[in-house]
Design a binder for this molecule. Structure first.
Ligand code: SF4
Ligand code: SF4
Length: 168
């Protein structure tokens, strides 16, 4: 490929450029692979289940109010550096438009006006619970959410593995 090969330490803009170029060249191949298609469908369902659980548990409302009234505080600049290009490729396979610039100078590169712009997120983003949520939400509800998130994390791992196998 005519762009620089990236590592986890590369700037996020380079990882995005690499993932987009890779998707342009090999996206069709990935979309034709039965395992990838099945895992993407499984991941979509798992993400939907986690999001629904966050709404049922009341977390989505607390986060919305926190973002509106206090500017949130959990998606700070630099967190995007945890992302490797494969998870960005998975987002492209899920039809996500990756941002071409940072919206909030103090926020994560993937933080949009109404929250996270990604569908497939890093495990640290999936599992993060701040003190406010921990204090306000019934632990049983948090456990139910953890179970749903576990499915999301496992499916992402399997997708990563399948992508690596297809590249080798
Ligand atoms: S996780 Fe916590 S800090 Fe982040 S938006 Fe929700 S309530 Fe606010
Ligand atoms: S949830 Fe999204 S916006 Fe927040 S830190 Fe993670 S990737 Fe960035």
């Amino acid at each position: 490929m005519n762009i620089k090969r990236v590592t986890l330490k590369s700037p996020i803009e380079e990882k995005i450029a690499w993932a987009e170029e890779y998707y342009r060249r090999f996206g069709v191949q990935f979309h034709k692979d039965r395992s990838i298609v099945d895992l993407l469908n499984k991941l979509k369902k798992a993400i939907h289940a986690s999001h629904s659980e966050m709404t049922v548990a009341g977390i989505a409302r607390i986060c919305r109010e926190c973002e509106q009234d206090e500017g949130g505080s959990c998606c700070g600049a630099g967190l995007e550096n945890r992302y490797d290009w494969e998870i960005l490729l998975i987002n492209l396979l899920l039809d996500v438009n990756l941002p071409q610039k940072r919206h909030d100078p103090e926020g994560c590169y993937f933080l949009g006006k109404t929250g996270c712009l990604l569908q497939a997120r890093h495990v640290i983003c999936i599992n993060y619970v701040c003190k406010k949520i921990n204090d306000l939400i019934d632990p049983r509800k948090l456990n139910t959410l953890r179970e749903k998130e576990g499915e999301e994390v496992n499916t992402l791992f399997l997708l990563h593995e399948r992508i690596k196998k297809m590249r080798s």
